[in-house]
Design a protein around this ligand. Structure first.
Ligand code: CTP
Length: 396
């Protein structure tokens, strides 16, 4: 399983014939979920054009340390901080020598010096240059500093020689880059989460809703990203910032939440329904503001679709996790919902304690088990919930 989801890769290209392979490498990295930005040395631009790399990465290519426009968009220090991985491919003997000496005389070497991200180097050079003691010494220096050295491969070289010094193929560089991040519990999983309340309009200025703050869903989204997942958060109206790397889709009512959910089910591995969906909506939404008249007024409500049940009915059903916010008989009501909605897991909690609060205490239920999660901050509890989900996925 490739785990480059949400990873930010700064691809540094130096001037070797293998630079042309960076087009394919960029395509593969992006396909594996990474966000790619490219920096090139001057020599690299002789082998592949910045325009090609810009078109493939979808981002401006960084070429010059003293380019005012580029620095205004994202400065080199900012870019060095942004990256999770600096991948130098191809890395020439000259570039390896320069960074082994801590030089910072172009944009790429400067960023290598400035970054605290992982650094991987994919050497590419003539076999005699590779075998030279200077190159060996320089590479050993980089290894001692914790750099990762990818390759090189052996074979026929552009100059006609045969031996070690060819850059690894893009697919191999992709695998090795991914292996540097294979730690996340949910690495590479697609997770869709609904959160917050829904609002069901009565007229242009009034609606029916509930007290859900969205905090639990947002905590789960942030923690799922940290565990390596690709997260889509379908959110009702809340007053919360979108966690980093989360794809947030804003909706207002239950019908919109259902549509957005079903649109994102095709490659979903785990669906977590945290939203407090309004169970009913007004049968008619008045076009004009309703005026006060009689002592009593009647509002006819009709049932909203049950989003999580619709997901659980899909032919290609993800692992479905629900929440049950109850005010009484918490565990028995939770068990009933787990069965009725055909869920794989359900977290039952006390609604009066949970809404708008930063902490939560829950009982985790599956068809065959019941366990209490230790109460605490919603982020800590979210991490424990994801641990249980990851364990269940591993077993299924
Ligand atoms: N849910 C949903 N769509 C709805 C109602 C609920 O997807 N229209 C999901 C919630 O996101 C949650 C689970 O179903 O994961 C249980 O929600 P809850 O409001 O507790 O259940 P209800 O089915 O509404 O039952 P009741 O209101 O009768 O307790």
């Amino acid at each position: 399983m490739l785990s480059l989801t949400n990873k930010r890769i700064l691809l540094g290209i130096t001037g070797g014939i293998a630079a042309y392979k960076c087009a394919e490498l960029t395509r593969l990295l992006i396909k594996a979920g990474a966000e790619v930005r490219v920096a090139m040395t001057k020599a690299a631009t002789e082998f592949i054009t910045p325009l090609t790399m810009q078109a493939l990465s979808g981002q401006r290519v960084h070429l010059d340390l003293l380019d005012i426009d580029a620095e205004a968009a994202m400065g080199h220090i900012e870019l060095a901080r942004w990256a999770d991985l600096v991948l130098i491919a191809p890395a020439t003997a000259d570039f390896i020598a320069r960074i082994s000496h801590g030089q910072a005389n172009d944009i790429l070497s400067t960023m290598v010096l400035a970054t605290s991200a992982k650094i991987a180097v994919a050497p590419a050079m003539n076999q005699a240059m590779w075998a030279d003691d200077s190159t060996t010494t320089n590479l050993n220096t980089l290894v001692d500093r914790g750099y990762h050295i990818f390759g090189p491969a052996e074979g026929e070289q552009a100059c006609g020689d045969v031996g070690p010094g060819r850059m690894l193929e893009p697919a191999q560089l992709l695998e090795l880059s991914s292996s540097l991040f294979e730690t996340g519990l949910l690495a590479g999983k697609n997770i869709v989460i609904t959160g917050g309340p829904t609002r069901e309009a009565i007229d242009p200025v009034r609606f029916i809703s509930n007290h859900s703050s969205g905090k639990m869903a947002y905590a789960l989204a942030a923690e799922a990203v940290a565990a390596g997942a690709k997260v889509t958060l379908i959110s009702g109206p809340v007053n919360l910032a979108t966690p980093d790397s989360v794809h947030r889709i804003d909706v207002v009512n239950a019908a919109q939440m259902l549509d957005a959910t079903l649109e994102h089910m095709s490659n979903c591995d785990v669906f977590i329904g945290v939203a407090a969906v309004a169970d009913y909506r007004p049968a008619e939404v008045e076009a004009q503001k309703i005026k006060k008249s009689d002592e009593q007024m009647q509002l006819t409500l009709i049932k909203n679709p049950d989003i999580i049940s619709e997901v659980a009915k899909l032919d290609r059903k993800p692992f479905v996790v629900g929440f049950a916010a109850e005010t009484n008989d918490i565990v028995s009501n939770g068990k009933d919902k787990l069965t009725r909605k055909n869920l794989d897991m359900l977290f039952a909690n006390n609604a009066t304690e949970t809404f708008n609060s930063d902490s939560i205490s829950v009982t985790a239920l599956t068809k065959t088990s019941e366990s209490e999660l230790s109460a605490g901050n919603k982020n800590v509890v979210a991490r424990n919930m994801l641990q249980l989900i990851a364990t269940a996925l591993g077993a299924s």
